[in-house]
Design a protein around this ligand. Structure first.
Ligand code: PLP
Ligand code: COI
Length: 343
């Protein structure tokens, strides 16, 4: 699609074709050159392990066009390291942080006309994908790996934005096993979440809240985003409380919010969070690259018919965290932790 044909003020979180994607193959024990491609298709062996044995993982990160005219990419080294962890767990070749970051910078630069203007509130979503591209018949790792990155201009993941979303606790499906792949961005985790998300939507909820798969006692994640709650204690001190477990994806947005919350003087608690603790939160939200920070208004538990209600709209602490995060991403608040790459 040509830039002039894009409805820049009404972007949703969807795929828009852009001119260039970048690819790099690992063959014969080494990574080859970074290739720039214009076609959207990939030719792959029909016995590639990506198709049969789930050797596939991905990442998601964003580049922002800022008021000062510069382009900023948020924490790409963190995405590189998380992709290393996913690739390593799924027995694929592990790209270096340098290779990953060079590819990100190239794909953003090559598609710079597709980075939404600051005023639109949109961003350029970067989607790195790594797959076992070599053939195998037995259940074995591929001897060839493809690392591919494309981009798409995007708007909000939840169209309701800061109004707040509704979630239903899923008590019949888990997205990941207790000692499985939940801590990685394995494609299989998302395949495993599709039925759950669809059933949640059919029941009228925006998202699904997953519980820890071993006990169904602690909170894990909220759809494709981490969960947090705000508790203000008897002394007026605010606590940023967020679940931590092996089956949760270590969110880079959440990692950033934990730092920002600490900078604000909030108490940061990353630990198992009992479902009943929802009663103690004055605000709740979910966070991720796509979701940014989205307030959670209600959580329905079908086990006892109870609805936890955090109010419509955005609470004061959630708004403060949002403003700071988005301010740093757009170069309007000092990047005191060195999170941005400026192009
Ligand atoms: N949890 C899941 C399951 C996700 O898919 C994502 C999205 O990447 C997140 C959490 C948020 O992670 P991040 O903030 O790194 O985008
Ligand atoms: C992201 O926030 O980057 C995600 O991966 C979420 C989703 C669109 C899969």
């Amino acid at each position: 699609m040509k830039p002039q044909d894009i409805d820049w003020n009404n972007l949703s979180f969807g795929y828009t074709r852009t001119p260039v994607n970048v690819r790099c193959y690992w063959r014969d024990g080494q990574w080859g050159p970074i290739e720039e491609h214009t076609e959207e298709t990939v030719t792959m062996h029909m016995a590639a392990t990506a198709f049969h044995y789930g050797q596939t993982a991905f990442e998601g990160l964003k580049a922002f066009r800022c008021k000062d005219g510069k382009v900023r990419i948020f924490r790409m080294d963190e995405n590189a390291r998380r992709m290393q962890s996913s690739a390593s767990y799924l027995q694929m070749a592990v790209p270096s942080v340098e290779l990953f970051c060079e590819m990100v910078a190239k794909v953003v630069t090559d598609n710079k006309d597709y980075i939404p203007a600051y005023e639109t509130g949109g961003s350029l979503y970067i989607r790195p994908v790594i797959v076992g591209s070599g053939p195998q018949l037995g259940v074995k790792p591929a001897d060839e790996t493809l690392l591919l990155m494309f981009v798409s201009p995007v708007g909000p993941y939840y169209s309701g934005g800061m109004k707040g979303i509704s979630a239903i606790i899923d008590r019949t499906h888990d997205r990941a096993a207790p000692f499985g792949t939940g801590h990685t961005k394995a494609g299989g985790n998302y395949g495993a979440s599709l039925t759950s998300a669809l059933e949640g939507h059919e029941k009228g909820y925006d998202s699904v809240l997953y519980l820890d798969p071993a006990h169904h006692r602690y909170i894990d994640e909220c759809g494709a985003a981490n969960f947090f709650g705000i508790r203000v204690d008897g002394n007026g001190k605010a606590h940023y409380v967020t679940p931590d477990s092996h089956s949760i994806l270590p969110s880079i947005t959440n990692k950033s919010l934990k730092q920002i919350a600490a900078d604000f003087g909030m108490e940061v608690e990353a630990r198992h969070v009992e479902l009943e603790e929802l009663n103690t939160f004055s605000e709740a939200g979910c966070c991720g690259t796509a979701a940014v920070i989205t307030p959670v208004s209600t959580i329905f538990d079908p086990a006892d018919g109870k609805t936890y209600d955090f109010g419509q709209g955005v609470g004061p602490w959630t708004q403060k965290l949002y403003d700071e995060l988005v301010g740093i991403q757009h170069g309007e608040t000092e990047d005191r932790h060195g999170w941005n790459t400026v192009l």
